[in-house]
Design a protein around this ligand. Sequence first.
Ligand code: PLP
Length: 427
Amino acid sequence: MSNSEEAFAEAKKVIPGGVNSPARAFSAVDNEPIFIEAGKGSKVYDIEDNEYLDYVGSWGPMILGYNHPQIVESLQGQVKKGTSFGAPTQVETELAELIIDAVDSIAKVRMVNSGTEATMSALRLARGYTGRDKIVKLEGCYHGHGDSLLVEAGSGVTTLGISGSSGVPNDIASETIVAPYNDLEALEKIFNKYQDEIAAVILEPVTGNMGVIEPHDEYLENLRKMTADNDILLIFDEVMTGFRLSYGGAQELYEVEPDITTLGKIIGGGLPVGAYGGKKEIMEYVAPEGPVYQAGTLSGNPLAMKAGAETLKLLKQSDVYASLEEKGAYLAEGFRNNIESLGIKAQISRVGSMFSIFFTDTEVVDYQTAQTSNTDVFAAYFNQMLKQGIYLPPSQFEANFISNAHTEDELKATIEANYLALKKVKK
Ligand code: PLP
């Protein structure tokens, strides 16, 4: 038994499934998780000191790589002052200002502790503001595990093949209407039927949780127009794409402004954070300014705020997004050449530093087409990459992340490993 196998057996005795978030369990790839001891730059190290080149990036936050010295230093400084006070600190305002400065559609922002809390709170705000109860979400988008949003969700729910609704009261699930991604006609029909009942449409503007899928040309612009015409709020869940696809997120890249944005991952620099923000008149509905209640003992936690603020300052100073685009394009081209030369039924889908390999020859544009992927081939591919020391998200339906710490040589080595792995899984 390896050390990780022993650690997993031990963990399973005391933690459901041995993990604190289902996607970590490796169940979709017929394997067992690696227990991590440390990370540095683009690499993680397991408890046996094996080194892996990493494309998980803690599922998105580690855009600057693991253990960035400046972030570590700022955390050390804060630890000495104290880790939590439950009272206002200036670093909360600093992070809020950085976010507002970066994201044009956000005039005010409230910090919470996770992406799940951010989307749950954003829905409550949308319902409180509009006085309507129904929410439209898009099939295969994942917005955390709040009751209203765990309907036809992607990510771990899709990976495990479970409905996602066990434990969610029917009365709550029935207020969520599900439409396909990239399909405006379907939305129009829903709007016509429920027009005066819908508070908001929430979506991942670029999806990551059914694998990376790009919005069709003008999809987001038209969605913006349709929601505004019907007095329905538009919520962009940028927990994954915020500060990832550009400094101003997907909304900056596609030049579409939502009413409310949810954030997480990168804005916590690797510590637990979420946030929701938007137009001033909407955010004024949040308590104590307004009637929509939302609170948190550890919200705006100074350690998390420090890590987040330091991360955003580093991202703002450098030309990291141009470099991430270059790295993404280089890796995707290498993978595409491998797929072509080996004649594999697969495609690479990429936006900036987020990418997925779908094992299907059907063009992937939504949840249904993503589902045509051969998950057995993915599992075999994943394990072949792991054997070569490359650590990928253990599911077909997740995004891979490139960080600023990945070097050209490492990307080249990844392309070579990808060739060998694809060759092995070719039927
Ligand atoms: N929204 C999106 C787009 C996500 O990708 C995630 C997590 O992966 C969430 C919300 C939930 O965030 P958290 O896991 O921090 O609760």
